[in-house]
Structures are given as structure tokens and as C-alpha cells.
Design a protein around this ligand. Structure first.
Ligand SMILES: Cc1cc2nc3c(=O)[nH]c(=O)nc-3n(C[C@H](O)[C@H](O)[C@H](O)COP(=O)(O)O)c2cc1C
Length: 335
């Protein structure tokens, strides 16, 4: 039996549901090519950050003004604006190089929180050849005077502004921290997101006891982390036609199968590839294919969402009732 692994994501037909997440794997054209060879169906490039764009612009303008105030001779040493190479230009070059190097879709990532001139990079990313844009809204609501409604408005306005500036598909990658994540998800789709990438992993700063200082801490995920996005994808599938990508905690073929059963169109992986190497993509896909054959699934389309809240035999399993049941189960047993 041949199993059809193709899936639709953001209007793109992908050869299978395994996408490389924004990460160091896609920062290098060599590893990107290895990922394609191992079977990845699309790749998200690492993010270009709002701060990076804004900071470079401020620095550049200040330097240029300093140059303009000095002697004409000094000015002649100063590069013309169009010759001045900045991280953001390198990013656009990386999109072009990636597009030349691989034939799978390449998704560019913009990472920011507020509306502003930096958004025009979405248009530049499209012009550089990106097949879609992933807008990562990595927002920490640290201003305690800002209400939840104001924070949500900021997300929606940003999504609308980016959507208006491009004609390629747009996805929004966000965290789970809303009072009503499902309602917010639907409003992000209304605002213009063609797909949602659920969820961002918010990296928690730690305290260094020797230095008595706050230190940033990046840890790789474990499979346990996929349960949170899986629940929300299961709840959302059936409520929206938008594309749904699950990110955080997909490490194995079994994890990918669960993501699809819950209703994800694709899973995006980073940690497992950093741990196991890019060749792990092939291992995951072989497992998925064999499992589908054993379960007599013909296609990913057929299996997608079959354990979503809308289609599973116990819709309450994704809600509060299951929590009470879990508390009475022996610890560690599946509820
Ligand atoms: C080293 C590293 C760098 C990352 N860089 C980015 C980034 O630039 N932009 C982004 O949206 N996500 C970034 N991520 C998050 C991943 O894309 C992914 O969503 C997250 O790691 C969860 O997936 P995982 O459990 O497979 O690691 C990064 C993750 C890691 C581990």
C-alpha cells in the first residue's frame, strides 16, 4: 500500500507534513539542503527581528549624519546607503540563496510586536522570493497597566498591517498566553492570518546564583511540551479553515502522528534536529509511513483531525472533565 503524505499548508501543497522550524538548521544553506535531502517538505528561515531592523536604521542614519557633518573627504570614505551591508540585507540575500539551493517552499520569518516602518521588510521578503511569511509575535506583556484587550488589539493590528503589505500567504506564530486562546486564534485569522503556528516556546530567564544576575536560558524541548499545542489544535480544528502548524515538542514519528490526528496540517521541528541531526527527519517520516500503513490510513488528509474535538468520540476529553479524571488515574498512566 502506498501512503499519500501530501498536505496543504498556507495554500502550498507540501509533499509531507514535516517542516523545519525557524532555527539554526535553516540559517545555513548547507544544512537546509541536507534537510531537504532527508525529506523536509518546507523550511522556515530564522527570524529577522523588529529590533534588528529598527536598531540598524537608527545606527545607520546617525552614522550617515555624522558623516555628512564632517569634511567632504571623510564623506567620500563613507559608503553610499545602497552599498551599506546590514543584517537585514544579509537576510534578504539568505532568502534568495535558499530559494536557489532547495526546491521545497521557503518561509521567511519576521519577529516583532508593534506596527511600524520595519513591517516593509515583509514586502522585501516577498520580493526576495519567500513563498510565505511567518510573523512571530513574541510579546511579553510586562507592562502591567496594559489590559488583555489592548494586548490582543496590538496582535491583530500587526497581523492586518503585515497582511496588507504582501500578496503571499501569512502565518502568525504566537504563544498560548491568552485568557481565551481559541477565540484569539479565530480573531487572528479574521485579521488576515492564513495560518497559525502554535505555540511559541517562551524562554524563561533564570538566575545565576554565583553572579547574582539574570541569565537568558535556552533549553531544547521534550515531547511532553507538545501536549499544550495539541490540545488547542484539536479544539480549533473544525472551527476554522485556516492552516494549523504545531510547533514545540515534536521529536518522533509518534509525535507527528499525534499532531496530525489532533488536526495539525504540519508539524514544525527544531529541537529534535539539533539533538539528533538533520537525518532524523527521515527517521520520523519512515515511522509515520509505517504506522499509517499498519493503521490502514491511505493519506495524511484522511487521518488529519480524526481525533480533533469535533470528530473524536469523547469531545470533552479536551476540556475540564478530563482534568478531573486524570487526577484520579495512577500517576503516569494516560488518562
Ligand atoms: C536554537 C533555536 C533558535 C530558534 N530561533 C527561532 C527564530 O529565529 N524564530 C522563531 O520564530 N523561532 C525560533 N525558534 C523556535 C523554533 O522555531 C520552534 O518553534 C521551537 O523550538 C519549538 O519547536 P521544537 O520543540 O521542535 O524545538 C528557535 C528555536 C531554537 C531551539
Amino acid at each position: 500500500m502506498t501512503v499519500d503524505l501530501t498536505t496543504e499548508y498556507l495554500g502550498l501543497t507540501l509533499k509531507n507534513p514535516l517542516v523545519v522550524a525557524a532555527s539554526p538548521v535553516t540559517a545555513d544553506v548547507g544544512t537546509l539542503q541536507q534537510a531537504e535531502a532527508a525529506g523536509a517538505s518546507a523550511a522556515v528561515l530564522p527570524s529577522l527581528f523588529e529590533e534588528q531592523i529598527v536598531h540598524e536604521e537608527v545606527e545607520f542614519n546617525a552614522a550617515f549624519e555624522r558623516g555628512a557633518e564632517s569634511s567632504p573627504e571623510a564623506m567620500s570614505y563613507f559608503p553610499e546607503p545602497q552599498e551599506y551591508r546590514l543584517g537585514r540585507d544579509v537576510y534578504l540575500d539568505h532568502i534568495r540563496e535558499a530559494k536557489r539551493a532547495v526546491s521545497i517552499p521557503v518561509i521567511a520569518s519576521l519577529n516583532g510586536t508593534s506596527e511600524g516602518g520595519w513591517i516593509r521588510y515583509a514586502t522585501l521578503m516577498e520580493e526576495a522570493g519567500a513563498d510565505a511569511i511567518e510573523l512571530n509575535i513574541y510579546f511579553i506583556a510586562a507592562d502591567v497597566t496594559q489590559t488583555g484587550a489592548q494586548v490582543e488589539r496590538q496582535y491583530l493590528d500587526l497581523i492586518s498591517a503585515v497582511k496588507e503589505s504582501i500578496s503571499i500567504p501569512l502565518s502568525a506564530k504566537v504563544g498560548p498566553q491568552f485568557s481565551s486562546p481559541g477565540n484569539m486564534a479565530l480573531r487572528m485569522v479574521e485579521a488576515g492570518a492564513d495560518g497559525l503556528v502554535l505555540f511559541n516556546r517562551f524562554l524563561q530567564p533564570d538566575v545565576d546564583l554565583d553572579e547574582l544576575a539574570v541569565t537568558p536560558r535556552l533549553t531544547l524541548s521534550t515531547s511532553a511540551e507538545m501536549l499544550l499545542p495539541m490540545r488547542w489544535i484539536a479544539i480549533l480544528r473544525g472551527q476554522t479553515d485556516a492552516s494549523l502548524a504545531l510547533t514545540s515538542g515534536v521529536h518522533s514519528g509518534g509525535d507527528l502522528a499525534k499532531a496530525l490526528l489532533a488536526g495539525a496540517d504540519v508539524a514544525m521541528v527544531a529541537s529534535s534536529l539539533l539533538q539528533e541531526g538533520v537525518g532524523h527527519i527521515e527517521t520520523i517520516l519512515i515511522w509515520l509511513r509505517q504506522w499509517m500503513e499498519a493503521k490502514q490510513y491511505d493519506s495524511v488528509e484522511q487521518l488529519k483531525g480524526s481525533v480533533s474535538q469535533a470528530s473524536c468520540s469523547n469531545p470533552k476529553a479536551f476540556e475540564r472533565g478530563n482534568y478531573m479524571k486524570a487526577l484520579t488515574q495512577p500517576i503516569g498512566d494516560p488518562a
